[in-house]
Design a protein around this ligand. Structure first.
Ligand code: GLU
Length: 437
């Protein structure tokens, strides 16, 4: 476990311990933002330490029987960062590089994301250090059910509500729902979100993150550049978030000039026909081989010229090594933590507007909240109601963040985090006052 200590300047530093492979990982990035926010909000060292530390960290390890009859040991985590505002909420990720520090960072970002959007949840995240593509569907089902049993005391509709993230989907949520419900003795619809419609999922959940990113991107382009229909965009990542963003930007009239997935990239200065590309992607499972664009090296498009860049895959893709070459006016973070602190500084100093993840990609958890509310009410909302309420919340948060940034002369990440931390801190102080020395 990493140990947080305060340096002589009062800022938070992270000692190098197991699980902290380097100082620019996601947890380090999350602590860096928190430290700057705490200074801005004039928080005491003990208050800052409270939010730098996760409330509950569970790590599990269990054997799983493979289809070939042999066994393998799987390692996983579930972390609650802070629950001052409500039950712990956040996705479960299946990816080889999952470790405790990544899960801590992602849990902290969920706390801020929910608070900023006015959603009555705390922040959580979980993950298994596996590559889901190495397993059959039956193996993944066994892994997911076993992980759920290991965490059956932690999960709960009023305690901890998982959702999909990288490497998981609505089928994963259906298995968690079923396994948890067997243990709990009733069909606990509210224990997961992002579940299939037939099991009480919400209309509009599948595209929710992409819709939210797109709404924010269009608002940011209008503000910073002009008519979005005259703008160009680069979308990095073509998974659950990126593919939807490319589609929705294209439908809104933005010219998508470059996209990438984990295998490579495509670019076309005249604009990619995203609908055609989606047909190709559904058939082949990768961008490679698409006829309507030039094939490029995967990361080369990050430094192409355009009005907008949407990093929509994993953490740390904009870093000290490429930030000075980024050539866009606006970055809208579709992924969690795609910009390292060093890149953030470089981009800000170059006048690039960065809309932070905790605002830009909050659409997923907003509709997760709608799904949970529907499950608790036992009453399904129509697709338009979901879409309208999502748009309203996203644009309201966008206006509040911009107004705060202007009033306090902060960048958007600092403003969004300050608003979120203040919200959590107000609830925390009412529940249990933190007294500083
Ligand atoms: N995994 C998504 C995120 O990072 C959604 C979380 C949720 O809906 O709970 O925001």
């Amino acid at each position: 476990m990493g140990e947080q200590v305060f340096g002589s300047s009062g800022t938070l530093t992270l000692e190098m311990t197991e699980g902290s492979p380097d100082r620019t990982g996601p947890y380090e990035a999350a602590l860096d933002t928190l430290s700057r926010t705490a200074t801005h909000l004039k928080m005491s060292a003990v208050e800052q330490k409270l939010y730098a530390t996760c409330k509950r960290e569970v790590s599990v390890s269990f054997p799983i029987r493979l289809d070939n009859g042999t066994s393998r040991v799987v390692k996983g985590y579930r972390v609650h960062h802070n629950t001052a505002l409500g039950p712990a909420k956040g996705g479960i990720r299946f990816a080889t590089n999952v470790d405790i520090d990544e899960v801590r960072a992602l849990a902290m970002w969920m706390t801020w994301k929910c608070a900023l959007l006015g959603i009555p949840y705390g922040g959580a995240k979980g993950g298994l250090a596996i590559d889901p593509r190495e397993f059959s569907k039956e193996e993944l089902e066994r892994i997911t059910r076993r992980f759920t049993r290991e965490l059956a005391d932690i999960f709960g509709p009023d305690k901890d509500i998982p959702a999909p993230d990288i490497g998981t989907d609505q089928q994963t949520m259906a298995w968690i729902l079923d396994e948890y419900s067997v243990v709990a003795g009733y069909l606990a619809h509210g224990v997961v979100t992002g579940k299939p419609l037939a099991l009480g999922g919400s209309l509009g959940r599948a595209l929710a993150t992409s819709s939210g990113v797109t709404e924010i991107a269009l608002a940011a382009l209008k503000e910073e550049v002009g008519d979005p229909r005259l703008c160009t965009a680069i979308v990095q990542g073509f998974g659950k978030v990126g593919a939807g963003v490319a589609q929705l930007l294209h439908e809104a009239g933005v010219s998508v000039v470059a996209v990438s997935d984990e295998y490579g990239a495509l670019s076309n200065l005249a604009g990619i026909d995203v609908h055609e590309l989606q047909r190709h992607y559904s058939a082949h499972g990768r961008l490679t081989g698409f006829g309507g664009a030039e094939h490029r090296d995967r990361d080369s498009i990050l430094t192409d010229a355009a009005d907008l860049l949407v990093p929509a895959a994993v953490e740390g893709v904009l870093h000290g090594g490429n930030a000075s070459r980024v050539q866009v006016r606006v970055v809208v973070e579709g992924a969690n933590g795609p910009t390292t602190p060093e890149a953030d500084q470089v981009l800000n100093s170059r006048g690039v507007v960065i809309v932070p993840d905790i605002l830009a990609n909050a659409g997923g958890v907003v509709v997760s909240y709608f799904e949970w509310a529907q499950a608790n009410q036992g009453y399904r909302w129509g697709e338009e109601t979901v879409a309208e309420r999502l748009k309203e919340r996203m644009l309201d948060a966008w206006s509040r963040v911009r107004a705060y940034a202007r009033a306090h002369e902060l960048d958007l990440r600092a403003a969004a985090t300050a608003l979120a931390v203040s919200e959590v801190h107000a609830a925390q102080q009412l529940r249990e006052e933190i007294v500083s020395v």
